[in-house]
Ligand binder design. Structure first.
Ligand SMILES: Nc1nc2c(c(=O)[nH]1)N[C@H]1C(S)=C(S)[C@@H](COP(=O)(O)O)O[C@H]1N2
Ligand SMILES: [Mo]
Length: 349
């Protein structure tokens, strides 16, 4: 399979042009540049730039840059060392699944990748561009270059790499709603395509999407506790592992939404459309499903074959009214009858 060279809806900039995006300079610390690796590793380590160049073999890599703001720059040649070589000397622990790159910058700018993406993409810790030391404004003396991802995954002024069990969203991903996977070939730019960037930023800050129409929202791994989503149209939303305690989804359309492993304690789904929604592994204590449409919804794995899914955390504080419950499959009905409170309007208890 040959990939088209320019991802969808990007434009090439002139060969000698390289726009500057985001922060313009590193924090002005009065000590020499070091790279520090910590977190879930058997050995934390710190190097000066000279030590890095001495210990690891130098490589040159020519990459196409794709910025989320739609400019692409073809065939930029960077020199440096491979992140995978450096990581190997620290011996990541078995539970390490993500890493966070942190910049020496006034806002401690950061971005993250899964370790499987690191394996696949083979990022470069770059110190030169076209054979010259990397300019400070472009992240010199040390930045990451992550091929085949939007350029916000490539951190300027790299100072610390922390290995993590759970993902930690980066600056743009958390503040501006940039997509956490960032694959330009799939146009994974923002967590939704349906809002302008300023509106998306406001929605995330205020945690209020009430009345909005946002198809296929990608909100995995986010902290959206207290989210107001009254009457929102959120079909196909991805809320895997999302913090949604006390969220209000009254009258929302959440058909086919995935809430796997989400924290939904004290959330409300009054009159919500939840057809085909998946709640496996989610915390549903003190969650209310009243007047909801639950055709095809799952709270425990439906199949008999082994599945990655686990049943939702459900107890007597989980409230479902009997007519919502009746729409469920037999297996789901049984699971909820064993654990939750089924409210029967005719037989109050
Ligand atoms: N430290 C830091 N790194 C960062 C950013 C930033 O604001 N601060 N912005 C990101 C974004 S959105 C892009 S497109 C690229 C821009 O790099 P450039 O200015 O060298 O083109 O850096 C990425 N890395
Ligand atoms: Mo960007």
């Amino acid at each position: 399979m040959t990939e088209p060279k320019l991802p969808p809806n990007q434009v090439w900039v002139a060969a000698n042009k390289w726009p500057v995006v985001g922060e313009r300079s590193p924090r002005n610390d009065n000590h020499p540049w070091t790279l520090h690796i910590k977190g879930c590793v058997q050995q934390s380590r710190t190097w000066t730039l000279d030590e890095l160049s001495q210990e690891f073999s130098w490589t040159e890599q020519t990459v196409d840059i794709h910025c989320v703001t739609r400019w692409s720059k073809a065939e930029a040649r960077f020199g440096g060392i491979r992140l995978l070589d450096v990581l190997a000397t620290c011996v990541p622990q078995p539970q390490a699944a993500y890493l966070s790159f942190v910049a020496r910058s006034t806002r401690d700018h950061s971005t993250s990748l899964s370790l499987s993406a690191v394996e696949e993409l083979d990022p470069l810790l770059a110190m030169t561009y076209e054979g010259e030391p990397l300019a400070e404004i472009h992240g010199g003396p040390l930045r990451t270059i992550v091929p085949r991802r939007y350029f916000y995954k490539s951190l300027k002024w790299l100072e610390t790499i922390e290995l993590l069990e759970q993902d930690r969203l980066g600056f743009w991903e958390a503040e501006a709603g940039y997509h956490n996977q960032a694959d330009p070939w799939n146009e994974q730019r923002y967590i939704t395509r349906e809002l302008s960037r300023p509106l998306l930023q406001r929605v995330l800050q205020q945690r209020d999407v009430s009345g909005l129409h946002l198809l296929s929202l990608h909100a995995e791994d986010r902290d959206l506790s207290g989210l107001q989503a009254v009457g929102a149209i959120l079909r196909n939303a991805h809320f895997c592992r999302t913090q949604l305690q006390r969220a209000n989804f009254s009258d929302a359309n959440l058909s086919n939404a995935s809430f796997r492993w989400a924290n939904l304690s004290h959330a409300s789904f009054v009159r919500a459309d939840l057809e085909g929604a998946n709640f496996c592994g989610a915390d549903l204590r003190n969650t209310r499903f009243v007047g909801a449409s639950l055709f095809g919804a799952t709270f425990c794995p439906e199949g008999t074959t082994s599945s990655a899914d686990k049943p939702a955390i459900v107890d007597l504080s989980t409230l479902i009214d009997v007519s919502s419950w009746l729409a469920l499959s037999e297996k789901q009905q049984m699971f909820l009858r064993q654990h939750a409170t089924i409210l029967d309007a005719n037989k109050p208890r």
